[in-house]
Write a protein that binds this ligand. Structure first.
Ligand code: 5RP
Length: 265
């Protein structure tokens, strides 16, 4: 790998091997998501805790100040919306010129294994990697379960999806936390990052699954709603940073979150 690739990766995966990505890409198919109406405003107090932000080019260009100090992972898959029947009908949405123009440190792209669009989205991943590799721009593949599976099937499915994405040449793979998460990590030759999901009832729940995922070999997280839909997002972000980079337990993280929240009142 050349200097540019190593330099970008060193910002995306820190010296401890861990990473904290703030996911703010939801608008590309959900539209004006609660608390992401103005991405730049929501990001401002949180950026100091994250290693990178995951964002589509519209929000980046029109809402995020270019003085942003953390790296950008650009969401570069799309082609459907919540109004359509098939959320898996995606492809590459950007040119390499625009990726470079926006100074993206990496790009993120979804593959939908087991869906009718498996082939299309995988071929898109190959094309994207072929497009980015000459410029040393890392690619994060996003994998999801598109159908109902029991816990064991889910572990097997996510292991398959992560390995297939890594074999395509993805440099980081984002997937969901599942039972026996270490099996997913063991089967994947590149760093695995845990995605979030809908807002949970308690923040302790989030700190627990992130902590457990890290113990089982995750490199870090790509989390959104459980951070910025909380009543005190900066507290959640600081607490997650402590779990990811400072070996805080879920209980330590919860204490930090609570104390930041009460000091802010
Ligand atoms: C949405 C995504 C998000 O980046 C990912 O799901 C993480 O966000 P959240 O924690 O809100 O689920 O890929 O398309």
């Amino acid at each position: 790998m050349d200097w540019g690739f190593t330099n970008r990766m060193s910002k995306l995966i820190k010296a401890d091997g861990h990473c904290f990505y703030l996911a703010m890409d939801h608008g590309y198919f959900l539209g004006p998501t609660h608390c992401l109406e103005d991405v730049g405003k929501t990001l401002a107090p949180l950026a100091q805790y994250a290693d990178a932000v995951f964002v589509p080019r519209g929000s980046l260009r029109y809402s995020v100040p270019p003085t942003l100090e953390i790296p950008v992972i650009l969401r570069v898959s799309g082609g459907q919306s919540i109004a359509s029947e098939d959320l898996t009908n995606e492809d590459v949405t950007i040119s390499i010129d625009d990726i470079i123009r926006l100074n993206a440190s990496a790009v993120g792209y979804s593959v939908y294994l087991g869906s009718p669009n498996e082939h299309q989205t995988l071929m898109g991943l190959y094309d994207l990697i072929n497009m980015c590799r000459p410029y040393d721009i890392p690619v994060m593949a996003v994998t999801a379960v598109g159908r109902e599976l029991d816990q064991k099937q889910q572990t097997r499915f996510l292991s398959l999806a992560c390995r297939v994405a890594a074999e395509a040449g993805a440099d980081v793979v984002k997937t969901y936390y599942c039972q026996d998460f270490e099996k997913v990590v063991e089967g994947c030759p590149v760093p695995v990052v845990i995605a979030g999901g809908p807002k949970t009832d308690s923040q302790l729940e989030v700190f627990k699954f992130v902590y457990d995922g890290m113990q089982r070999g995750a490199a870090g997280v790509n989390l959104g709603r459980n951070i910025w839909q909380d009543e005190y997002p900066a507290g959640v972000a600081a607490a997650l940073r402590a779990v990811i980079h400072e070996e805080a337990t879920p209980e330590d993280a919860y204490d930090l979150y609570q104390s930041m929240k009460s000091n802010a009142k």
